[in-house]
Ligand binder design. Sequence first.
Ligand code: CTP
Length: 415
Amino acid sequence: MPERSLAPRPPWAGRRILLGVTGGIAAFKAVQLASDLTRLGARVDTVLTEAAKSFVAPLSFEGVTGQRTYGRLLSTLGSPPHLNLAGHADAVVVAPATADLIARARAGRADDLLAAILLATRAPVLLAPAMNERMYTHPQTQQNLAHCRSTLGYRVVGPATGALAAGEGEGPGRMSEPFEIAEHLGRLLGTGGTLSGRRVLVTAGPTREPLDPVRFVGSRSSGRMGFALARESWLRGADVTLVTGPSALAAPVGVTTLQVETAREMLATVESVIPGADIAFFSAAVADFRPRTTASEKIRRRESTDPPVLDLKRNPDVALDTLPLRKKGAIAVGFALETGRMHENAAMKLREKRFDIVVGNDPGEPGAGFDLPTNRVTLFYGDRDPEPLPLQSKESLAGELVDRAVDAAAWNRPP
Ligand code: CTP
């Protein structure tokens, strides 16, 4: 599986994040979070409670962030540290957030540096609770969390269900993984983003059309472009549904990911989602044909003297067949993989499938095509000249495509 890219990028790059670490066994995972956020380009200031220092050393955070850490509320170092840190933070994340910290935050206490920062900041706050299952499910903790969510407007991520500390078996209480917290923090940093309150649909990956129980007709599509589009849209505040054929990629954090196998399954799933979508990206490499019949038993070499003939029939066209279901004013972005006559074919697909934008690419070009981390594309529009984009990673291309789709949307223009 390709490694998650941690190159500096918006919305983390250039932002200041205050990381609060409290005293729980999950504190060791906060070092990974501090490291990921720093690699994504953020400046991370870490505040450790006294109890946190029993689990993890301040030096570990200094090592990965390149910044000094903070612990004392009362200090003689000039301006009060809680006001200074709270005032500079673009977002505050507490990971792990123990039951005690959550109770103190709810009560509005200012009895240590971290609690005082939570009172003094006006930046968005994210809590990643981590504690024993019985402490987490206790009505006190549940009420405290409900208050933090609804009255204080904090974002609460997790806890996950899984193996608990001290051989306590399985249950809710594990801190969410650092990459998930970093993603949620990204969405929080983009609060009020260009897509907040909007619904985005993305089709991705190949489809598999079965020949028999073990073989299929399909393509080499990895799903990377579609997964990157879904992630990018979610980071900008959208409610995202990703309809994907088989892919080795991990489902993007926060995105409703619906797995399908065949073109017909993809069509049925898209039909149920598309009426609500403000933007639809059709990035799936849908198989245009499927075997006319699917054998119920494995096709055996020994039982046929001549090689079997592949008899194919036409598959539905997901983008075309769902056209009447598109919401009024919705933006549709299609993809065209062309090995020749790019302009003519892209223009024909723009018209025929009523796309607002067609993303054309030629897999023969260096760095472009299937199963690669990069792509070089040309954008085609109905009302202006084609726009060639430079070779870039699929993540960065996803950012450009979401920008173009938002620019094309009438709902984005002032009345
Ligand atoms: N598409 C689709 N369902 C299909 C085929 C294509 O939804 N059965 C969508 C793709 O996701 C893409 C666009 O239509 O956004 C164009 O796909 P492409 O395969 O390039 O074009 P086709 O219409 O299949 O035409 P051709 O194979 O002749 O190039």
